[in-house]
Structures are given as C-alpha cells and as structure tokens.
Design a protein around this ligand. Sequence first.
Ligand code: GLU
Length: 498
Amino acid sequence: MTTPVRVRFAPSPTGYPHVGNIRTAMFNWLLARHSGGKLILRIEDTDVARKVEGAVKAIMEGLNWLGIDWDEGPDVGGDYGPYYQSERLELYKKAAERLIEQGDAYYCYCSPERLEEMRAGQVKRKEPPGYDRLCRDLTRDECARREAEGIKPVVRFKTPLEGQTGYNDVIWGNVVVNNSTLDDFVLLKSDGYPTYHLANVVDDHAMEISHVIRAEEWISSTPRHLLLYRALGFEPPRFVHHPMILGPDRAKLSKRHGAVSILDYRDMGYLPQTMLNFLALIGWSLDDKTEMMSKQELIDNFSLERIGKTGAIFNREKLDWMNGVYIRKLTADEFFDAVQPYLMDDLDAGKVLISDEEYVRAVLPLVQERARTLVEVVELTRFFFTEDLSYDSALLIGKNMDKAATFEALEAAQEDLGKLVVLQESATRETLPAFDADSLEGVLRPLAPELDLKTGQLFSVLRVAVTGRTAAPPLFDTMAVLGRERCMQRIAAALKRL
Ligand code: GLU
C-alpha cells in the first residue's frame, strides 16, 4: 500500500521570505499537486530570540503571490493542528520525557560558561566540537542535587557511541554516518522550548508527513532525526534534500548578491508566473531544453527524480529574459491589470493621467514588446504621465546641429504640425487624417530635407521635445498617443527652453 503524499513547508519566522525557502515550498507544493496529496504549512517558531514580527505574514504573502496554496496551516486550520510549533510545546515535552524514561535522553546541567570553556579548549586542542557528555551518566541523586540548587537543565539526546545511521535520500542515494561523529544534541532547552531537531521529528510524525523535502543544508541534521525516529518508535518519512540556490560566485545566495526576498522580486516588477517558472528551473528540469512552463505544466510534469544534485546559479539575466517573454505573452487586459498597481505607485507620475484608463491602455502597447519588468514599464512610460517634463535642454540639440538649427527645426515642426491640427479641425473625420502615426509621419518626414537635415536629426530633436528622453517608443506612435495638445505644448516648452 502506498501512503498518500503529505508534505510540509516548515519555515522559521526569522526574517523575510528568502527565494531559497520559497523554492523549497514550491517543490513541496508541486509534489502535492502532482500527486493529489496535501501541502501543510507549519510555522517553526520555537526560536524565541530570532522570531521576527510580521515574518509569517510576509511568508504567506510571498506564497500567495506565486499561487502556492496549502491545504492545512495556521490560517486555514486542519486535522493535525495547531500549526504553530509554539502552540505544541506539550507534545515536545512529552516526547522528551519519554526519551528520558527510556534512557535515550538525559538532563544536562552544564552552565553556558562551562560549555564556553569546553568549546575553547576543543578549539585549542584542535578537537572536533561537541558536548563532552559530562552529564550523560549522572545518577538520579546527582540530578536531584543540581535541581535543588535551582539549576534549570536542558535535555540532551543520548546518541549511541557506536554503530552507524543511514538512510536512502531520494536525491543523494545512500547517506551513512558513524554515530561517533554525532554529539549529544539538545532536545529541550532550559526554558522548556524544543530545539529544531525534536520539534521537527515530533511534528513530521504527528502530521503524518510522507516526504520531507528541504534544502541540502539540512542533510547533516537527518541522521540525528533518524536516531530520534528510531528511539521514539516512529516510521521515518522519505527524505529529499534538494540543492541550494547559489549566487553567481557559487556561494549560497545571500543579501550580498542583491535581492533575496521573494517580495522584492514582486516589487521589482517580475510576474508571478515568471518567478514560479524560473525558480522551478533552478535545480529541477523537465529535459535539457524546455524553459517556458506554465503553472499547470510544472504540476503535470513535476517529479522528484529530476531534481539535480548540484546547486544551481541564480541567473538574473535569464530571469529578465524570461519575464520579458511572459510580459509579451500577456493579453492587453492582463498587461493592463499587471501594470496598473505599479503605475499607481509611481510617485513621479501625474495622478490624473494615470487614472485615465483609456489613455493608459493606449500607452501600454508601445512598450509591451520591450519591457523586461513591470517597473521598467513604469520607467519607459513615465513621460506620458508627467505634465512637466524635466530634462537637460542640451539634450534637445540634435547631432551635428547647433542651438539655432535646433530651434529652427522645432519651430518648423511646430508650424507644420499646427497645419495638421487646423486641417483636421476643419475637415470631416472620414476624408482627412487624424493626429495619428501615419499623418504625423506624412507631415514630418518631408520636413527634414526642407531644413537640410537628415530625418534622424529632426526626429531626435522632436523626440526629446515631446518625451524628454533620447530613447523612447516609436516617435509617431508616441506622439499620436500623447495627442495633439500635449505635443504642441511640449514643443512650445522646448522652444522656450532653447
Ligand atoms: N524550520 C526549518 C527552516 O527554517 C525547516 C527545515 C526542515 O524543513 O526540516 O528551514
């Protein structure tokens, strides 16, 4: 009989949601969704000193953003709760007591000062670090005497001194360690809180977890966990230790490589579908060529067996490329919906213009092909939404042109465009061109030779005048969207600057 898949994401709320952790959640979620199993969100908040206010909320926000949903957890409940470890302390205490009764654990009364001294000695003598087992064989009387002195003990696991502990990792195959290399690790701290090891094992058993999928950095903890499973008489789950995300220098991805919070990637304008696809391909692959995969394709094709052994590099250029591809795939409505919140957040934009949906919808197609992030969309289109362009008037001076020639060119353009405006006002819509890209081109292109200029020279002067920038979307389309009035105003303002 095969057991149903029950996997868990078990973050410690000690900070922002790191992309590495979120990717762990994603692998768990992909297996759950692929196999019709359950994903459990469990908050491992037993390290009181490192707890960070708001971390749980941020983790959930990151998961929600990517569309990673869970079946049981602190917010949605479930049959195996509570899902905060801090609300399960009784369970860990009971397990620790049971281990003491069985002779698999013991009280340790060593003071922090003594442990510090011990450690310093080990370093000096170049010995491997680890508790020297001073309290391992205390008698009941010796324990009672220390209790009477008011010393609050920790509970340590009585690690077997001989033999080996091993298991078969789905990714790493057989992993075996000599028990002599493991120390008597702490199970319960003196404040009654469990350590990660104890709480993790007690909960994975209690929550009937079938697969523990976590980052490679936990692989060295697993033999300790297995010893605990054995001592407690629990059947261990399958273990899957996936490789870590590495920075370009092959070191564990950290803040010094740039942004690492998943929410930063949202704020930088990456689409959730990009992020999901991109993170899945760090360390997992379908084959050696498929790059673009939708959420459903990832779910359909996911398998633990195709998680690689080696750490994979977080390649920002690939992320940008992929986001560009996803941006181009969006329908006009999807693109509008995706960009809207970023535009609204842009402090430099004119609020009236930003709220003009029709105008925004006319602007967006001009950049959809070129933008790699939604923030870039905001930057590329800002001039559309700013009433007063600020730019250095030196930018206006065309290549191989001087101030006078630039002035002359702008004035001529103003005059010709003025004709187009008048022409249009006096004509019926059907028979004469509106202020659109074609009519603009029809008026402006012939102007260059009249002024003894190359078209490029004239157009770049105009581009700066109407956008304030030397690079912008195609000039005539841009002018058409900006509209007659705004173009005329901007050209007039440019003339004044000169
Ligand atoms: N609380 C651990 C963490 O923050 C969980 C490790 C595990 O999955 O066992 O990553």
